[in-house]
Ligand binder design. Sequence first.
Ligand SMILES: [Zn+2]
Length: 239
Amino acid sequence: MDSFGLHWDGEVAYQSRHGDRYDDIISDLQGHQLIYPCTCSRKELTENARENTLPDVYPGICRHRETIPHQPYALRIKTDSRSISFHDELQGLMTHQLAEQDGDFIIKRKDGIIAYQFAVVIDDELQQVNHIVRGFDLLEATPKQIFLQQLLGLATPGYMHVPVIVDGQGFKLSKQTQATAVDLAAPEQVLFGLLVLLRQTPPVELKRASVGDLLAWAIAHWRPELLQNKGAVSCGLIN
Ligand SMILES: [Zn+2]
């Protein structure tokens, strides 16, 4: 981040220090019977999915369980029929039905780890985050997070989901797909290349600019409407 001229504006917040807050909220949700233990294994869910027409929707198998199970369990939150709508600054109006499209989702995993969806909502609140700009691959997580915000009485921040860079097969460049690491030795070239990928048409002179000047230009000239494909940009374009 430092190499790219990106500096944080406050103290670094550590998720590992938010454990008590997560637990308090979980107890609260438990008290209101909004969550329940789930012992379903991945295998059971996959088998169930094969017989089902909506494979990604949790079918609510454990929803009506009366007792706390003796084996390890995850915690799922009860979704309802409400429709979640939000205006994404780049993607436009998004509408989603959680109960139909996802079903009850996990907020604490069987291994005790707090699920991403749940942790970020609380972390964002603790840090008073009011704008979230992140990759398109997280767009589908947003309705779950807004649902949690609504349930917990928290404000919903503004969202903008920007395209992710994909390889020739359409996969997001990431460590998982063994993508080459970003060249920290030449941050200017990387930033210039990114502006090209994002169709921001940087002037050629900017190729020789410093990181600070590149960022200043990008902020002053940022025009998201120039993006043709709002979900993904191919790394082939960079050359
Ligand atoms: Zn279950």
